[in-house]
Each structure stands twice: as structure tokens, then as C-alpha cells.
Design a protein around this ligand. Structure first.
Ligand SMILES: [Fe+2]
Ligand SMILES: [Fe+2]
Length: 364
């Protein structure tokens, strides 16, 4: 792990200002404020803070961890519930995880119906499980950092989001949650299913083309079709959910699932796997794989990597070009509601299989 010691200089004035700013805006409790102040006063302390937080949590988890996917999912949902119910009311992680699970399952079913081979094509329930747990590492991120990224949810609007993260905080928020998440999955044993879960957690932010894009995705030496299908699908599911505004993300300017899909089409071939985007389209709309592939090929951003790196440019393109495209508009008007109803029932069945209460994984 990279050390912060050489990269960050203690900046007491700036740190104090940030601490005052944080406690004023975020209505933090005294312990959170104290944690933030100690972290802000000397950024290398952030790493120690995270480690202490994680190791305590992991010890607790280890005591109750069983083996296998069911134990993993139940434990992850319990963590997300605690986060949602008490510690961090502004967190959107559970709602987002359920959405990623639903999208992932839908894409896996479509991929299977097209004859693709992967663990999640053999058993699409695995894609569902992978979505539920993909961001479990975020439940170990200190509140003080999380709130700066997500803002505070007052129900009908979100305030104070997009507070500037320091470089150490950004690294912890964007990268550590993946590293922590993979360690978490390892608590639940080995076996092929757990390895699939490890991929979905560990690779859900990897750029499809492996490049360093400047957006919050990771460069990677494993790229393109060398990435397993379940990892490519996790990435697309995460992307589409993350650009929707109800989760109060800093990039939440997209107004609906349709617009989020437009943005995903823009990013196909660069940030996202075009095959998974195609499965997203056929899973949600009455479009054939051929129709979906054609529209992706025609509308993927012409500037490729450059276009996706330029968030503002990609947004303008997605909204003003793709959404005025007659063929795209024709597709999004034909949502496949029968499929959606069928999937709802199937996913309730998964919840039972995982030992969760009925409705625990419904989107709303
Ligand atoms: Fe993530
Ligand atoms: Fe996510």
C-alpha cells in the first residue's frame, strides 16, 4: 500500500478550516467531528483511522461469519441496513446496491439467453448477489469522508454535497472501498462462487479499455474481453445506477434511467463493455440484440476516450444528441414491463434463498 507520509504535508490551518466547515455543514456528532478533526489535522492519520475502523469491524464480522454466498449476502445487507438506519442517514449505498443487483441480474439473464458462458450465465442469482455486496467496503469508510462526497439528504433535496475531498480522502473513498470489499468477501471462504464475488467487488470500477480516464474509474492491465463477463456487467450496472440523481451523486445530473442509458451508450467501448450495455438494453426494453448493438455502434461517443474523460462534454452529448435521436427515443418508449414484473418475483425468491425477509431487495 502506498504511504501518505511522503506525499502530504501537515497543513494545520487548512485542516482546521476543513474541520470547522465540516462540522458546521454536516451536523456531525461529536465523535465524528473529533475523528474528522484528527484526520484533517494530519492526513496520514486517515490511513490509520480507516485501518482501525476496518479491523474492529472485521473482528466483529469474523465472529459471526458463516461460509458461502448466503452468509456473505446476509452479512453485507445487515451492514448496509445499519448504515442506512442509524449511522449515516444520508447514505445511499443500500438503495444503490439493490439497484446494481437488479441491473446485474437482468443483464446476466440476457447474456445467458444469447448463449454467453460465465458463472453468472449458469446461475444469474450470482449476479444479483454480486450487486448486493459490490460496495460493502463503503460501510467501512469513515462517515466524515463519505458525507463529503454524498452530501446530506434532507428528503426532498440534498445539501452540501460535492465538498472538496483531499487527495487522501479521495483515494480512500474511491479506491479503498474496493480493497476493503475484497477483504470482506474473503472472510466468507473460498470456492468458485466466492471467486466470482471477488471479481464483481474488485473489478467494478475498472475501465473497459483499461486506460486512465480521469473519471472515477480505474486503469487496469486486464482489459476488454479479458475481463470476465461478470466484472464487465458489474461495472455497467454500477455506472448506470451511479449516474442517476436519486442517489445524490456528484455527477447526478442525469434525470432518468433512460438518460442514464444514453450516457452508458456514450461510454460503450471506452469506459463500458458494449456487450453488457447491449444486454442492459435488451433486458429493459423491447429491442432485439441486433437493434441494441446497432444503436450502440452508431451512438458511442465519436471522440472515444477523450469524450468519456470529459464529463461535461459526455453529458452534453448524452442529453442533447442521443436523446434527440429518433431510434433511441423509439427504443426507450418500449419498456418491457412484463420482464420487469417477472424479475421482481424472481428476485423476491432470491431474497428468501439468501435468508432475507420478503421485500428486502425490492427497489422501492
Ligand atoms: Fe464502488
Ligand atoms: Fe457502486
Amino acid at each position: 500500500m502506498q504511504s501518505y507520509k511522503n506525499n502530504h504535508v501537515c497543513d494545520i490551518t487548512g485542516a482546521t478550516m476543513r474541520a470547522v466547515d465540516y462540522t458546521k455543514h454536516a451536523k456531525a456528532g461529536p465523535l465524528q467531528a473529533l475523528a474528522f478533526r484528527s484526520a484533517a489535522c494530519y492526513e496520514p492519520a486517515l490511513e490509520g483511522l480507516v485501518r482501525a475502523f476496518v479491523s474492529k469491524g472485521f473482528i466483529d464480522e469474523r465472529e459471526k461469519a458463516g461460509q458461502g454466498i448466503g452468509a456473505l449476502v446476509r452479512s453485507a445487507i445487515a451492514r448496509l441496513d445499519i448504515e442506512e438506519a442509524s449511522k449515516r442517514k444520508w447514505s445511499y449505498t443500500k438503495a444503490h446496491s439493490i439497484e446494481v443487483a437488479r441491473f446485474g441480474y437482468t443483464m446476466a439473464v440476457e447474456a445467458a439467453s444469447e448463449g454467453m458462458t460465465d458463472a453468472i450465465c449458469n446461475d444469474p442469482k450470482l449476479a444479483f448477489a454480486g450487486g448486493l455486496i459490490h460496495d460493502v467496503g463503503k460501510t467501512f469508510i469513515p462517515t466524515a469522508i463519505l458525507v463529503k462526497e454524498l452530501g446530506v439528504d434532507f428528503g426532498w433535496f440534498t445539501a452540501f454535497r460535492d465538498a472538496p475531498l483531499t487527495s487522501a480522502e479521495r483515494r480512500i473513498m474511491r479506491e479503498e472501498h474496493v480493497a476493503i470489499g475484497t477483504k470482506y468477501v474473503r472472510l466468507f471462504g473460498g470456492g468458485p462462487h466466492i471467486r466470482t464475488m471477488l471479481d464483481m467487488v474488485g473489478l467494478h470500477h475498472v475501465m473497459f479499455n483499461g486506460e486512465n480516464s480521469g473519471v472515477p474509474s480505474y486503469p487496469s492491465l486486464i482489459r476488454g474481453m479479458d475481463l470476465p463477463l461478470h466484472a464487465r456487467i458489474a461495472k455497467v450496472a454500477d455506472f448506470v445506477s451511479a449516474v442517476m440523481p436519486r442517489h445524490y451523486r456528484t455527477n447526478g445530473y442525469i434525470s432518468s434511467q433512460d438518460s442514464a442509458l444514453a450516457y452508458a451508450i456514450v461510454a460503450a467501448g471506452t469506459e463500458l463493455d458494449p456487450v453488457s450495455v447491449r444486454c442492459f438494453i435488451t433486458g429493459h426494453y423491447e429491442a432485439s440484440p441486433k437493434q441494441a448493438a446497432a444503436i450502440i455502434e452508431r451512438l458511442a461517443h465519436p471522440r472515444g476516450q477523450e469524450g468519456v474523460s470529459d464529463i461535461h462534454g459526455a453529458r452534453v452529448y448524452a442529453k442533447d444528441v442521443v436523446r434527440t435521436d429518433p431510434e433511441f427515443l423509439g427504443i426507450i418508449q418500449r419498456q418491457d414491463l412484463d420482464k420487469a414484473r417477472q424479475r421482481d418475483n424472481e428476485m423476491d425468491g432470491f431474497a428468501r434463498d439468501f435468508g432475507l425477509p420478503p421485500g428486502a431487495v425490492r427497489s422501492n
